[in-house]
Design a protein around this ligand. Structure first.
Ligand code: SAM
Length: 194
């Protein structure tokens, strides 16, 4: 799968008149994650959005939390030119310094296994404390998404494939949020999934 797939036609189809998710919906999620970090007493001061597409998370941060340092990246030339990201391929790039929060939503299903493994390594390097992660899985394709409006032309893997790899360096708190092991955050036993 090349970045040519992520051209104007792709973005018009999935992020045009009826986007897969709205900025307003993402605002609820971003607010929740940002406030959870405050609850855990390890606030978010820097954010990296990976495979940002329309850049809903980075837009929310730039608008609502302007003191947070934000970087947004995408492999697609079109997305970078249209939405203002830096052009980076997460399979081959990681930042020099880690960010408090890294968001990678609906991206890794587009990478084959070898590139997805490298991308997970780079996401881990990029994350100081919190990772918000979601990717379309085989289960989702069968049970949770609207198949008519979802791009199923992807490398669909099991949820466990991602969980196994992420669990080496992160603790899963649920709802897509992972906390880096060894960070300052202390989770109560029942705040984590296991
Ligand atoms: C389904 S869209 C998701 C966009 C956004 N994260 C969201 O949740 O709305 C997938 C995005 O991942 C980007 N992408 C795909 N492969 C990538 C890679 N190797 N590195 C960075 N971005 C990538 C695409 O260009 C596209 O913008």
């Amino acid at each position: 799968m090349t970045n040519q797939k992520f051209d104007k036609t792709y973005f018009d189809r999935y992020y045009g008149k009826q986007p897969v998710r709205s900025l307003n919906e993402v605002a609820h999620l971003a607010t929740a994650v940002h406030e959870l970090a405050n609850w855990w007493n390890s606030p978010i001061r820097s954010v990296l959005e990976v495979g940002a597409g329309p850049g809903d998370w980075s837009t929310w941060y730039r608008t609502v939390r302007p003191h947070v340092r934000v970087m947004s990246v995408d492999v697609s030339e079109h997305a970078c030119a249209t939405y203002g990201h830096e052009q980076r391929d997460i399979a081959t790039w990681s930042p020099h310094r880690p960010f408090d929060l890294v968001i990678c939503m609906d991206v890794l299903q587009y990478l084959d296994e070898a590139r997805a493994v490298r991308a997970l390594r780079n996401l881990t390097k990029a994350t100081r404390t919190y990772l918000y992660f979601d990717a379309l899985t085989m289960f989702d394709a069968r049970h949770t998404v609207d198949r008519s409006s979802t791009d199923l032309n992807a490398h669909l893997r099991s949820g466990d494939w991602y969980r196994r790899r992420l669990s080496r360096h992160f603790t899963q708190t649920g709802v897509g949020l992972w906390v880096r092991k060894g960070s300052q955050v202390v989770l109560h036993e029942l705040e984590r999934t296991r």
